[in-house]
Design a protein around this ligand. Structure first.
Ligand SMILES: [Zn+2]
Length: 153
């Protein structure tokens, strides 16, 4: 999915990377004649690319960025106490990922825009992508909580 560039950095290999709003980074090498991105070689060129979107395959694969840290969690909900807002389409803010952790029973996790529907259980957690609408529905008796992740300070 498309994610805007928020800043530029340097990868572990010393090559330039674009850091996207989701927290993932992508190499943006200038290596002519194979890869032509002369803009990456100047600060001015890079700043002109802030806000431009790149396709993020790691988001498509529901990969929570490795370096992200948990900072907040909800109470544990069950099939009776699950807030109505979670049953309807809702999303997290820019850069906020989450894990849906089921502690009992089964929970249906839907991401309509991606056509995904997953049955979560104690053994199978759900990954919530920043800004992507989703909803959940307990399948019978179930308990779960949501743990939020963001970039380290
Ligand atoms: Zn991403």
């Amino acid at each position: 999915m498309e994610r805007p560039i928020v800043e530029f950095g340097v990868g572990s290999d010393g090559d330039p990377v674009a850091i996207l709003s989701c927290g993932h980074s992508q190499h943006v090498r200038h290596n002519p004649p194979f890869i032509n991105r002369p803009w990456v070689t100047t600060a001015e060129g890079r700043s002109g690319m802030i806000g431009k979107a790149l396709n993020c395959v790691r988001c498509d694969n529901f990969e929570l960025p490795d370096h992200f840290v948990p900072y907040k969690r909800t109470a544990e909900f069950n099939e009776e106490s699950v807030p109505a807002a979670l049953r309807k389409d809702h999303s997290t803010k820019t850069g906020v990922w989450a894990k849906i952790r089921v502690t009992r029973g089964k929970l249906l996790y839907r991401v309509p825009v991606l056509g995904k529907e997953t049955e979560l259980s104690v053994d199978r957690l759900g990954i919530v992508l920043p800004e992507v609408l989703h909803n959940v529905e307990p399948l019978g008796a179930a308990s779960f909580f949501v743990e939020f992740y963001k970039a380290p300070d």
